[in-house]
Design a protein around this ligand. Structure first.
Ligand SMILES: O=C(Nc1ccccc1)[C@H](C1CCCCC1)n1c(-c2ccc(Cl)cc2)nc2cc(F)c(F)cc21
Length: 233
């Protein structure tokens, strides 16, 4: 049985990333609203654009806490944020859906998302992804590290100094690998499965602009920030 040791740097990194991740409150707001009422497709679209806009703002704050992120080239910081915002939102959505809830709440939530106005063709791939995240039963630290790894993806468009991003990402990957052995000792392949989800996440995120454009509403209005980050309008 492998004895897991964390260096002092890794312990500090884990604490900083987990604390920053815990500051996010949006997913609870979304699930609470969705469980409270059945909204029209217009109201759901507005809720999505509002939530997604604040999610981007929260993501910017989160990245400031990633050790070394602010030392990256300024334009590369923007490229990493722009390249990961949609994926981070879908990851948060998956975690929101898979949170432990009172009996029957998850079914209501799923039903309301099915009926939210999203076009049928995207329901299946989206819920497949949510289910595949749920099956992993990630602990909070793993969720926070996986989001960080998504942000620190070196091969995003327009990133100039990829090696600098790789160095930061490697530290987080090393830490995540240890956390996986610690929390899932019976599943030696768990870390690999976790990283495999990032491929599924990237594929799902390719559809996001189409998912929004095909939302069953007459007027697809976006905030300026979403137009910037989400390649819409
Ligand atoms: O807002 C959202 N997700 C969000 C989460 C975290 C942070 C920011 C946004 C939206 C809702 C969907 C129903 C209408 C209202 C918005 N949302 C999505 C979702 C996101 C983007 C596209 Cl293109 C399609 C679906 N999947 C969800 C799963 C959940 F358990 C869930 F609770 C909310 C979810």
């Amino acid at each position: 049985k492998e004895k897991i040791e964390f260096t002092t740097e890794q312990q500090a990194l884990m604490r900083v990333i987990t604390d920053a991740y815990n500051k996010h409150q949006i997913p609870q707001d979304v699930t609470k609203k969705l469980l409270q009422d059945q909204y029209s497709t217009e109201e759901n679209f507005l809720l999505l654009t509002e939530m997604a806009t604040s999610q981007v703002q929260v993501l910017v704050e989160f990245t400031k806490n990633i050790p070394g992120f602010l030392s990256l080239d300024r334009e590369d910081q923007i490229a990493l944020l722009k390249g990961s915002a949609v994926e981070a939102m879908f990851l948060r959505s998956a975690q929101a859906l898979n949170k432990k809830m009172p009996i029957g709440h998850t079914e209501v939530l799923e039903e309301r998302i099915h009926k939210s106005g999203i076009s049928e063709e995207f329901i299946k791939p989206m819920f497949n992804f949510y289910k595949s995240i749920g099956e992993l039963h990630m602990v909070l630290e793993e969720q926070a590290l996986l989001t960080t790894i998504t942000i620190l993806t070196p091969d995003r468009p327009y990133v100039k100094d990829q090696p600098a991003v790789e160095r930061l990402q490697e530290n987080v990957l090393d830490l995540l690998r240890k956390m996986c052995v610690l929390h899932h000792p019976q599943e030696p392949q768990y870390f690999a499965r976790l990283l495999g989800r990032l491929t599924e996440l990237r594929t799902l995120s390719h559809y996001h602009a189409e998912m929004l454009a095909s939302w069953k509403v007459n007027n697809h209005k976006f905030t300026p920030l979403l137009c910037e980050i989400w390649d819409v309008q």
